[in-house]
Design a protein around this ligand. Structure first.
Ligand SMILES: [Zn+2]
Ligand SMILES: [Zn+2]
Length: 339
């Protein structure tokens, strides 16, 4: 009998359900874990995703034929029972549970265990087979609590503002930026050190978050802010905006990058930026292990990242572990090498 989920060049294929999960090519029916560029592609005939991510997904893919599901609601797709469960990664990010022929699989998508108010918190789902991401599956990756990192960002910004220097913080436009915005608003006791200016790519995701009911602090576009105020501003921009003419508007600025990869010595230096803040929307090594344990799965399939390391480790622990060969391992420019 065919496996319930198998890797195909287009994406993860569910044979009995006749659908793909996160296909990278146009297909008849696509189930989407989340709206990041390496998971949500345009061109498929029909989409199914978690309701929480509807605004974000539409902002990314435009006018698609999209059906959405509330968390935990089970529907039948060609005899496969399908439901979506929060992955805690970005707004609307889901783990997809599939039950068929007495077997339950969960496809994790990307996930993060530390909860915050920018999206629904990760929820462990019991299953027989867990298809897990493994982006940061090395024992060196251990995140500090988000609150500590946000405080660091706040201090860096306040110091720069005190010296009349803009603070340019590179971060992914979908998810990371809104997590930082919500975190800063919650962490600042009184008022923030200055205005927050967002690059257009970040602003459009902010709109989708606000439309979904996530409260974010006020943000401006560069044209809305007076020159003097720009020198005290925090600027949120995607990494792709580095060295763009847009950035020249801020004059001499301090720059930083918020990403899990900042834990690697040398990453910051190679990117020639002043500061690196270790803040990831993915599970760290203890998080991956905790999530895998919580599923109760006897079989684990790793995708995405350091899959081989995770597989070896899980086999040593007596689990049936393997990896999906993902021919499309290259991530989009969005998540790229800076998740
Ligand atoms: Zn992602
Ligand atoms: Zn991803």
């Amino acid at each position: 009998m065919a496996e319930l989920v198998a890797a195909r060049p287009e994406g993860l294929w569910c044979e009995p359900g006749r659908f793909f999960i996160d296909p990278s090519q146009p297909v008849e029916r696509a189930l989407i874990t989340h709206a990041h560029g390496d998971h949500a592609y345009a061109g498929s005939a029909r989409y199914l995703a978690a309701r929480e991510g509807e605004q974000v997904l539409r902002a990314r893919l435009g006018d698609i034929a999209l059906e959405t599901l509330d968390w935990g609601r089970r529907i039948d797709v060609n005899g496969v029972q399908v439901s979506f469960h929060p992955a805690g990664h970005v707004l609307g990010a889901a783990q997809i549970r599939l039950a068929h022929g007495g077997e339950t699989w969960v496809v994790s998508g990307d996930y993060r265990l530390e909860a915050d108010r920018s999206c629904s918190a990760f929820e462990p789902v019991r299953c027989d087979v867990f298809v897990t991401e493994s982006t940061f599956a090395l024992p060196i990756y251990r995140w500090r609590p988000q609150r500590e990192v946000i405080d660091e960002i706040l201090h860096w910004w306040a110091d720069n503002a005190g010296a009349s220097r803009a603070s340019v913080l590179f971060c992914y436009a979908l998810g990371k930026a809104q997590r930082i915005l919500a975190g800063l608003a919650d962490a600042a006791d009184a008022s923030l050190p200055g205005v927050i200016v967002c690059h257009g790519a970040v602003a459009s995701m902010n709109r989708a978050y606000r439309a979904s009911g996530v409260a974010l602090p006020p943000t401006s576009t560069v044209d809305e802010v007076e020159r003097a105020a720009l020198r005290r501003a925090l600027v949120l921009a995607p990494p792709s905006a580095a060295r763009s003419p847009w950035l020249r508007r801020f004059g001499t600025a301090s720059d930083a990058f918020a990403s899990g990869w900042m834990q690697l010595r040398g990453t910051r230096r190679r990117r020639a930026i002043d500061r690196g803040f270790v803040l990831s929307d993915h599970a760290d090594w203890p998080g991956l292990n905790a999530a895998i344990d919580a599923t109760g799965a006897s079989r684990v399939v790793a995708t995405h990242g350091y899959a081989d390391v995770l597989v070896r480790w899980l086999r040593e622990r007596g689990l049936d572990a393997s990896r999906f060969a993902t021919p499309l391992e290259s991530e989009s420019s969005e998540e790229g090498n800076g998740r």
